[in-house]
Design a protein around this ligand. Structure first.
Ligand code: RAM
Length: 331
């Protein structure tokens, strides 16, 4: 090949490479969840895929460990760094333990955000809460109190003991208890690790240890189903009300059979959609995460970052006999 021809071929090849890098490669966004096999996260992934389609040129990698632990999520993060993804949007099993791995990701130019369950500010660019933390805390207690006019003993069945979101909601709930719900007596908080079997055992343990229990509050879609099943199986419907945060499609049968009077949640599809929308716009440098910034979340609207670069979406909805059928068809 003549020198000139060689030069031309090389030039054409490099131009093609450039075009490829700049336009043809899809933006790879990893939606990392606390654990796989959780219907709440599967619904969020539906929203993630919807955002990817709308934005165009986006590939979603839906991933997470089998068990909801920080150690297992660190392995997932390291493998995503090796795969050179463009963005990681994570629901964290621990606010602090993931920070070094996520910092490494950011050092390599990967956009990192948390959503649903947050990472400490130094480990991410922004955090998206589904709803205001204090409002969720108050909501989960009110859901029990509304059906206990005389008051009584209640217990909390949470997810893992290090889950950022549940711990923040439980703290918020405890703060409003004495003043707003003086007749509600919180006797225990136990952890089912967002694992059905462990949550079932913990629910059984509560009923055994506290025979006067009037309500189990499970601010986790996995725990709430396990608790309602235990109450059903033990013939305690009407004696122990199960409430908390539930996915209508999984929980409808327990509103129908009376194991629960009402539960609440936000739209997990919108949450996954919004997380991907934000991760994308930061990754392609369309937006920058800084305090006070108002960022678009497509069809869902806009969010404004506070001084920790966190934002919250809409208030939770309440589901009871009047509307759970309708919502169970959506998520
Ligand atoms: C479980 C998870 C998730 C939480 C919901 C309410 O699916 O713990 O993080 O937001 O419940």
């Amino acid at each position: 090949m003549s020198f000139l021809k060689k030069l031309m071929v090389t030039a054409a090849f490099s131009a093609a490479m450039f075009v490829n890098a700049a336009y043809a490669e899809n933006v790879k966004i990893a939606l990392v969840v606390k654990s796989l096999g959780n219907g709440f996260f599967d619904a969020a992934n539906k929203g993630a895929e919807e955002a990817a389609k709308e934005l165009g040129g986006v590939d979603i990698i839906y991933t997470g460990p089998t068990k909801a632990t920080a150690e297992a999520q660190i392995e997932v993060i390291n493998s995503l760094i090796a795969q050179k993804v463009d963005a990681i949007a994570i629901s964290a099993n621990d606010a602090d333990a993931l920070v070094p791995a996520l910092k490494k990701a950011m050092d390599r130019g990967i956009t990192v955000i948390s959503w649903d369950s947050g990472v400490a500010p130094e480990g991410r660019q922004l955090h998206l809460n589904p709803s205001d933390t204090n409002l969720i805390g108050e909501t989960i207690i009110k859901l029990a109190a509304d059906y206990l006019p005389e008051g009584g003993d209640v217990a909390i069945l949470s997810a893992s003991s290090t889950a950022t979101n549940q711990n923040a909601w439980i703290d918020a709930a405890k703060k409003v208890l004495p003043e707003k719900f003086p007749k509600i007596n919180l006797v225990a908080t136990v952890y089912g690790d967002d694992d059905s079997a462990k949550s079932t055992d913990e629910a059984k343990g509560l009923l055994k240890s506290y025979p006067n229990l009037k309500a189990i509050i499970a601010p986790t879609t996995v725990g709430v189903v396990a608790a309602a099943q235990v109450v059903t199986d033990q013939g305690l419907i009407g004696k122990v009300n199960v409430t908390g945060l539930a996915l209508p499609s999984e929980f409808k049968k327990f509103i129908d059979n009376g194991a629960s009077q009402a539960v609440a949640l936000w739209n997990p599809i919108d949450l996954g959609y919004s997380a991907v929308y934000l991760a994308h716009d930061l990754a392609v440098k369309k937006e920058e995460a800084k305090p006070g910034a108002t960022l678009s979340i497509g069809r869902v609207g806009k969010v404004t970052l506070d001084d920790t670069n966190s934002a919250a979406m809409a208030p939770p909805f309440k589901f009871d006999k009047s509307n759970i059928e309708e919502f169970s068809k959506i998520y």
